[in-house]
Ligand binder design. Structure first.
Ligand code: EZ4
Ligand code: CO
Length: 402
């Protein structure tokens, strides 16, 4: 079953998405997500200029062989651009394999290991009352797990705020916007936020929180300890994730569970975190970490060490990536939780998906393949629109981790 065409579709229905479309000689079409927020065209070019010419003429059924060919054949290893491009190819080939077999992808991965995929939503607020009100909205919709973020008093603008739009989208400016940060203000504020949410809603709902790489190890240890009474499900990315060793110190000081992985792109980037049991949840995404084939190897390694999955599922991952994640989640024994931010309405004009949400759980659906179709004519109505993620400065003006 030869591949006859591979093309890249860049569109912006509400935000930018890069989608790879692979077609076989029998007319089977597979899609893969290649969206890398704020650096979209780098991956589009990697695919269009360097990978698509290699795909035409290859056997679409040989997923692992193609993965190895693209990874080892590049010589240059890892990195988000390369791994996102390879992920898109991998996911498109799994989509094709499912369509050819007439089976949803999760059946090819061993079948359902659970009935549904626990997902968490994002509640945020400019102050605690606003956060509590939005939190109630998530409970009303059936969510069993909710990430809580709040503006920090004394900081003009910080991450994690949806601005009331319903879907949090940090990539806003045609040039980078500027956020502000001061660790001491943040560390004093977050325990108050958790206390307020627990007082209002009790302990029957999972609370998550994203630190977004802003702390040093000892600051992260302090945060973890200060949140212990409120029993978070996890704190996410407490320190910059490129230093796996930093997590040893955090681990020695707190029992608050830790989740890391959304900016990492390969099994080698999480090896120490997993094999030294420094984290509880590995948060790599199917779109940025080499696709289903590579992420399931990460999950298999994690299973050995009692680490569970907690896949990144931000709105900058397209419905194609979200579907791929749900298929893998459903079939993974050491699944933990799946992030679910949703997509702005225009995305539904370009992508049609068959995954569903019911009472806090999602299901990828039983359509053959991934269950997501791309409408290329509709995509053409939403041209690329350059957007940057913000940059972050401390109150003294120094650039800080965003
Ligand atoms: O800021 O995906 O957990 N979710 C997050 C995201 C990231 C964006 C960056 O593109 O941290 O909202
Ligand atoms: Co995050």
């Amino acid at each position: 079953m030869k591949i006859t065409d591979a093309r890249v579709v860049v569109s912006s229905p509400g935000r930018n998405y890069v989608t790879l479309v692979v077609e076989t000689e029998d007319g089977v079409v597979g899609v893969g997500d290649a969206t890398l927020n704020g650096r979209e065209l780098a991956v589009a070019a990697y695919l269009q200029e360097h990978l698509c010419p290699l795909l035409v003429g290859r056997d679409a059924s040989r997923i692992e062989d193609t993965w190895q060919y693209l990874y080892k054949g590049a010589y240059w290893r890892r990195g988000p651009v390369t791994m996102t491009a390879i992920a898109a190819v991998d996911v498109a080939l799994w989509d094709i394999k499912g369509k050819v077999a007439g089976l949803p992808v999760y059946q090819l991965l061993g079948g359902a290991a659970r009935d549904g995929v626990l997902v968490y939503g994002h509640a945020d607020g400019q102050d605690v009352p606003e956060l509590l009100e939005r939190f109630q909205g998530y409970l009303d919709r059936g969510y069993k797990a909710v990430r809580i973020q709040s503006a920090v008093p004394g900081l003009a603008k910080t991450y994690g705020m949806s601005g009331g739009a319903g879907v949090y989208e940090p990539a806003k400016g045609s040039l980078p916007q500027q956020d502000s940060w001061e660790t001491t203000l943040y560390l004093d504020h977050v325990p108050e936020v958790f206390r307020a949410v627990r007082e209002e809603f009790g302990y029957g709902v999972h609370l998550l929180h994203d630190v977004h790489h802003r702390l040093t190890p000892v600051e992260a240890a302090r945060l973890g300890k200060s949140l212990e009474p409120y029993r978070p499900f996890w704190i996410e990315d407490p320190t910059p994730a490129e230093s796996q060793e930093a997590y040893r110190l955090i681990r020695q000081h707190t029992t608050t569970p830790i989740a890391v992985g959304e900016v990492l792109s390969s099994i080698w980037d999480v090896e120490t975190l997993i094999t030294e049991r420094l984290i509880d949840y590995v948060r790599c995404s199917v779109a940025h970490t080499g696709g289903i084939s590579h992420l399931r190897k990460i999950y298999a390694l994690a299973e050995l060490y009692g680490v569970r999955s907690g896949a990144h599922g931000a709105g900058d991952l397209s419905p194609v990536a979200h579907a791929a994640a749900l298929h893998l989640d459903l079939a993974t024994s050491n699944f933990g939780v799946q992030e679910n931010m949703g997509h702005l309405d225009p995305a539904g004009e370009v992508f049609r998906w068959s995954y569903t949400f019911d009472d806090g759980y999602m299901h990828p659906g039983d359509a053959p393949g991934l269950g997501v179709e791309l409408d290329e004519e509709a995509a053409a109505r939403f041209p690329y629109d350059r957007r940057y993620l913000p940059v972050n400065r401390r109150l003294d003006g120094a650039v800080h981790d965003w």
